[in-house]
Design a binder for this molecule. Structure first.
Ligand SMILES: Cc1ncc(COP(=O)(O)O)c(C=O)c1O
Length: 405
């Protein structure tokens, strides 16, 4: 038997997908023209499938900081944070993140994926229990695999189910560690952090919140859903990423924990990988400064998200539960989703195709992301294309107005 025969089903699924037109997992952009436009298959297309929520990838101050850093400190650190990979700018960025969140300390990681992997697998030891939302991101699930703790899933966004599962642990030794997210990456729904924080307080647990998609897009100061819902003081660790609103790559954990720095010599995904390159540290520090000083970016992305979400709902699309910078269109089946995604791209609108098993409830989704850099005209163009394709493929249902009439 061939070594990779274990992936036969996956191979067949990929062939079926590619037969629908393109291979959605192998899109190659020929040129990235701006935060919202690219050249693909020789034609210009609108980008509605990135995580560039604040549109900072071409921001002048971020680009200049990145170029300055590469000239000053070179292309890479060639080492781990605990060896030769800590420069003054790594520490400065950690200080800035801690200040931004009003917390004691921050640790930066080479990716957001590693931030989850590192924090969760390190703080959850053999005798502890990890209680994770069932719809958690793959990095949280992978962190669980790396941890020696017992893993307990609670129903998505269901604080009562979480409380029931915590109650069953009464009398057992170990720390209970709850992990959830600010905004869930597939359907774009917010974590019910108020209810979950209440359970945490009443039953005694540590709370980790991944604000990957909510940093910059939610909260008055852009700190995420924890800030928006007024529960930041209940969150023991905020995890975040630099690869979305901050337009680069990397991740972080921020906390008030007194001996937080101990994690630096206990956390393997922090210790056994090279640190972020100077150019990235430079642009992220500049992007965080932009986010901290320009509230209009977050305002813009929120307004555009609500506008697009409402328009899609009004046209009869089955959308995710609430308007956020991720808007999901629920397709009736996998085949229609593939066709829909291809037809949008034929007409110059790039989105993400999200299929089971990577989606909650085995849904087939077209996942849109909205950026502060999208102009009203770009949003209107994308909407017109989506409505036309929606009509062509017969995916538009009853509109709310017609339903209530
Ligand atoms: C909720 C969530 N957490 C963590 C990550 C990982 O972040 P990164 O891409 O920066 O590694 C992602 C990435 O999509 C995510 O959606």
């Amino acid at each position: 038997m061939a070594l990779l025969s274990k992936f036969d089903d996956l191979r067949a699924a990929l062939h079926a997908l590619a037969a629908g037109g393109r291979n959605p997992f192998n899109v190659r952009f020929e040129k990235i023209s701006s935060a919202t436009e690219a050249v693909l298959e020789g034609r210009s297309c609108l980008l509605f499938g990135t995580n560039n929520y604040l549109g900072l990838t071409f921001d002048e101050s971020c680009v200049a900081a990145s170029v300055r850093a590469v000239h000053a400190d070179g292309t890479g650190t060639t080492g781990s944070r605990i060896a030769n990979g800590t420069y003054g700018d790594h520490l400065l960025l950690e200080q800035r993140i801690a200040e931004f969140y009003g917390k004691r300390a921050a640790m930066i990681f080479t990716t957001g994926y590693q931030a989850n992997l590192g924090l969760i697998s390190t703080v959850a030891g053999r005798d502890d229990q990890l209680l994770i939302d069932a719809d958690s991101h793959a990095s949280i699930y992978d962190a669980c695999k790396l941890s020696a703790a017992e893993i307990i899933r609670f129903r998505h966004n269901d604080a009562d189910d979480l409380a029931r599962r915590l109650a069953r642990l009464e009398g057992r030794p170990g720390h209970r560690i709850i992990v959830t997210e600010g905004i869930f990456s597939m359907l774009g729904d917010s974590g019910k952090l108020r209810e979950i924080a209440n359970v945490k307080r009443e039953m005694g647990a540590t709370l980790i919140v991944d604000e990957a998609h909510s940093l910059g897009t939610r909260g008055k100061h852009g700190r995420g859903v924890g800030e928006d819902l007024g529960v930041e003081s209940d969150i023991d660790f905020v995890v975040g990423t630099f690869s979305k609103s901050l337009g680069a790559i990397g991740g972080f954990v921020v906390s008030d924990l007194a001996d937080f720095d101990l994690l630096r010599i206990a956390c393997r995904p922090y210790m056994f990988t090279a640190s972020l390159p100077p150019a990235v540290v430079g642009s992220v520090t500049a992007a965080l400064a932009r986010l901290s000083t320009d509230a209009s970016l977050g305002e813009r992305v929120r307004q555009s998200s609500v506008k697009l979400y409402r328009a899609l709902l009004q046209e009869g699309f089955a959308v995710g539960p609430e308007p956020n910078a991720i808007v999901a269109l629920k397709m009736p089946d996998k085949e229609t989703a593939v066709q829909f995604w291809n037809r949008l791209l034929d007409q110059g609108v790039y989105t993400n195709l999200a299929l089971p098993p990577a989606t909650p409830g085995s849904l087939s989704l077209i996942r849109l992301s909205i950026s502060a850099a999208h102009s009203d005209a770009q949003i209107e163009t994308a909407l017109v294309v989506m409505i036309a394709v929606g009509r062509e493929l017969g995916v538009l249902g009853e509109t709310p107005a017609r339903v209530s009439a």
